[in-house]
Design a protein around this ligand. Structure first.
Ligand SMILES: Nc1nc2c(ncn2[C@@H]2O[C@H](COP(=O)(O)OP(=O)(O)OP(=O)(O)O)[C@@H](O)[C@H]2O)c(=O)[nH]1
Ligand SMILES: [Mg+2]
Length: 453
């Protein structure tokens, strides 16, 4: 295949100063730090050193970064050894480490965010204010320390499911089969507890403190934590955060459209507007590669950096998006008046972009973070997309957005982005409708909360 020389500006966009998000998680022993990291970023138990019943405290040292390029190429984790109440040695290790990182000159060496895991302790419920006081003092001290260093911090109240269960025990006592009303009430009480906790922390530390409850059994809460975190990281690191996190598709989809590589799109327009240009298919193919790379960087699927280097994989993607290369070659032969056939190429280009974004989203949903994407799963998903009514509808929407008589000069990169945004959002609504109306009501791995409506 002939290669068009790449203009390097867009590739360099990804190579800016900091390509990996550096997050640190601290908190007492057994609070659920490693479990949370596994859920959000996809490190498995072994990598993340999750402590199992009967084992000692997780052995990971905060000084040893955890990184796995194949599983998550946009992330560096510092997982602290949990510290116990009253213990000073590990606490000192944490403060020394954070001091060291704050003194680093480059953004990539500094810490970008801290999650402070706090375990819900039943004692707090029994003697509310008194029992919360020592906890607050520690959090207060840490909050001020991090604020001085300018590091964004989220207090993560872990094991929310246990809090709900304790509330249920309070309400339903020893009943074996609590009623639905009792269950709902327990959830509300647990949420109120988190609110009280948040207010107390705000009173002690000032406004702006972030508190998020999570549970390993509730993915919605884990996604909320990711959204809260995105809201406080430095603006220059927001894109890196979006790539690193492995649970919120919406952030990735929006980022895919917002940062679409559009400058090369001009080459597509010029190339396609020239009559008798035999390289139209090559121009399109080169654009396919560019958008494919763009999606890979943002969706950051577990396993992709090994799997996607294989030629047959990119071929499968090309086939699933469309056989545009063949169609474009045929079109260029009968292409007597370049500018008049150019809108056809614009349509093909937009279809290609929308297809890729939606396929990557489908793969993201189909591959829970703990797994690596396999060739079989990938091919199954591509077949599903190729035969889906969503794909057909998306292509019709594109045809409707780009009239065949439109002048090629009316297509600017901004307009391209706008059409892609509209079509991808419409496609998203279609996916949602299709799933909700399916006979079984099953959505498989797709979280309903991620769908509109
Ligand atoms: N019920 C419940 N159990 C959890 C939750 N999160 C973690 N656990 C359990 O709590 C135990 C400790 O979890 P870890 O993730 O190893 O905790 P850690 O904070 O990394 O522990 P250290 O590394 O020793 O400090 C494990 O048995 C987890 O399965 C949760 O949300 N709900
Ligand atoms: Mg651990």
């Amino acid at each position: 295949m002939a290669h068009i020389p790449r203009d390097t500006t867009e590739i360099e966009d990804y190579e800016h100063e900091c390509r990996k998000f550096r997050i640190c998680i601290i908190g007492r022993a057994g609070v659920g730090k490693s479990t949370l990291l596994g859920k959000v970023f996809g490190l498995n138990d072994e990598d993340a050193q999750v402590k199992h019943r009967g084992e000692g405290s997780g052995k990971h040292s905060i000084w040893d970064p955890i990184a796995d390029d194949n599983r998550n190429s946009a992330l560096i984790i510092h997982d602290s050894r949990g510290f116990e109440a009253g213990e000073t040695e590990n606490l000192k290790t944490v403060t020394d480490f954070i001091n060291y990182r704050s003194k680093q000159a480059t953004l990539s060496e500094q810490l970008h965010c801290i999650w402070f895991g706090i375990k819900y302790a039943p004692i707090c419920v029994l003697v509310a204010n008194d029992a919360l006081m020592p906890l607050q003092t520690a959090e207060n001290t840490f909050f001020k320390f991090f604020q001085d260093k300018g590091i964004p911090l989220v207090f993560v109240l872990t094991k929310f499911d246990k809090l709900v269960r304790d509330k249920l025990d309070e309400i339903a006592g020893d009943e074996d089969h609590p009623t639905e009303w009792e269950r709902q009430r327990a959830k509300q009480d647990a949420s109120s507890f988190v609110e009280v906790f948040r207010t107390d922390l705000e009173n002690a530390t000032g406004k702006g403190v972030k508190v998020q409850a999570v549970s390993k059994k509730d993915d919605r809460l884990v996604r909320k934590l990711v959204i809260e975190t995105a809201a406080i990281v430095k603006p220059t690191l927001k894109d890196v955060w979006v790539r690193a996190q492995g649970v919120v598709a919406t952030q990735k989809r929006e980022s895919c459209v917002k940062d679409l590589p559009t400058s090369y799109f001009k080459n597509v327009l010029i190339g396609c507007a020239l009559p008798f240009n035999p390289f139209k298919a090559v121009v399109l193919d080169s654009y396919f590669e560019r958008v494919f790379h763009h999606c890979m960087v943002i969706w950051n699927l577990p396993g992709q950096s090994v799997l996607f280097t294989k030629d047959y994989i990119t071929r499968s993607f090309r086939e699933a998006t469309q056989s545009y290369t063949t169609r474009a070659s045929a079109a260029s032969i009968i292409d007597l008046v370049g500018p008049l056939t150019a809108p056809l190429y614009v349509r093909l280009t937009i279809k290609l972009i929308c297809d890729l974004i939606i396929i990557f989203q489908q793969l993201f949903w189909a591959t829970p973070r703990r797994q690596l994407l396999t060739r079989n799963d990938l091919e199954d998903q591509l077949v599903i997309y190729r035969n889906s009514s969503v794909r057909q509808s998306i292509h019709k929407l594109v045809d409707g957005s780009v009239g065949i008589t439109d002048l090629v000069t009316s297509f600017s990169p901004t307009k391209l982005k706008q059409i892609v945004e509209e079509v991808v959002s419409a496609g998203h609504v279609l996916i949602s409708e299709e799933l909700r109306s399916s006979d079984t009501g099953e959505t498989g791995e797709i979280p309903l909360a991620e769908l509109p409506g």
